[in-house]
Design a protein around this ligand. Structure first.
Ligand code: NAP
Length: 304
């Protein structure tokens, strides 16, 4: 039986592995993909991780993994389908039936940006299609871009991008925004933002990079092309919490309820990174969670 099992090998899970090993814990990291790193691996360039400006997402993910390897963390590739709580003994079951046991668990499976499923979305991911304006916006200085969505994130993204992009189109499927009024006021004060109401994205097109999008107006039954080089999709996030259902408490959006100490409602089960309820989902906050979750886990294990 391990002291600690960490589910997920993104920035939160790998940071927890480094801190856990340094604390002398016998731990196992379970990663879904053979290549660790989480969402960061799909980011072309990371320009907001302190100390490493402009580092490639793939390179940063690999550095996290190498750091955890260097500390002697053990890894197993597999998809977790179920976790269980037996008090001082927790278990984790994988799709192939393998079961691992530990005295404590850290849930660090992360979250995925919701996708639209339109033609071109996957093809141009990292080549003009992005799910994170704060990560990738700077690559589109003085360019025309589109943001898809009408929530807080889409409106914040549009306002942020308007500061350095030439023109920002905000494409929203209804005739009113879901975003907070204060954000809407900021948006409508931006001279280079144009909202395209009642409209859905049909396709993202181009050559090697994005060149244009096709948009359908549902009320007027018309279609138009917008020449843009960047498409920022902000239509919500999905946490990866199917395996934890019924074991730890989640909010109505499916996020595991945990504060800065990463404690869930179940003693000995902790949640770190994007998977937990939090305001800012960034690499740097996920990495911080890894450390906080291990500190809480250590205290729990000492008292067990
Ligand atoms: P969200 O609030 O769920 O908004 C998602 C937006 O995407 C909605 O406008 C929705 O349209 C649209 N959408 C969803 N599926 C779509 C589809 N298939 N095609 C076209 N449009 C689609 O998600 P979010 O903006 O990512 O925010 C997530 C959470 O974080 C929210 O609770 C938000 O309040 C919070 N947050 C808060 C702040 C802040 O307080 N400053 C900042 C960021 C995020 P409809 O409106 O028609 O449903």
């Amino acid at each position: 039986m391990y002291d600690l099992i960490i589910i997920g090998a993104g920035p939160a899970g790998l940071s927890a592995a480094v801190y856990g090993r340094r604390a002398g814990l016998d731990l196992l990291v379970i990663e879904q993909m053979p290549m660790s790193g989480g969402q960061v691996m799909n980011t072309y360039e990371v320009d907001n991780y302190p100390g490493l400006p402009g580092i490639g997402g793939f390179e940063l993910g690999q550095k996290f993994k190498q750091h955890a390897d260097g500390q002697g963390a053990a890894f197993h590739t597999g998809k977790v389908v179920r976790i269980g709580d037996g008090g001082g003994k927790k278990f984790v079951e994988l799709t192939d039936g393998t079961v691992f046991e530990a005295r404590a668990l850290i849930l660090a499976g992360g979250a995925e940006h919701a996708k639209l499923g339109v033609p071109g979305e996957d093809t141009f991911r990292g080549q003009g299609v992005s799910y994170c304006a704060t990560c990738d916006g700077a690559f589109f200085k003085k360019r025309d871009v589109a943001v898809i969505g009408g929530g807080d994130v889409a409106v914040e993204d549009a306002v942020y991008l308007s500061r350095f992009c030439r023109k920002v189109w905000l494409i929203h499927r209804r005739d009113s925004l879901r975003a907070a009024k204060s954000l809407q006021e900021k948006l409508f004060a931006c001279e280079n933002v144009e909202v395209v109401w009642d409209s859905v994205l049909l396709a993202i097109e181009g050559g090697d990079l994005v060149e244009k999008i096709r948009v359908h107006n549902k009320k007027e039954e018309t279609e138009r092309e917008l020449p843009v080089e960047g498409v920022f999709i902000a239509v919500g996030m999905h946490p990866d919490t199917a395996a934890c259902k019924g074991v730890v408490a989640c909010d109505e959006g499916g996020w595991v309820i945990a504060g800065e100490d990463c404690k869930t409602n179940v003693p000995g089960i902790f949640a770190a990174g994007d998977i937990r309820t939090k305001e800012v989902r960034q690499i740097v906050t996920a990495v911080a969670d890894g450390a906080c979750a291990v500190a809480s886990a250590e205290r729990y294990l000492t008292l067990l």
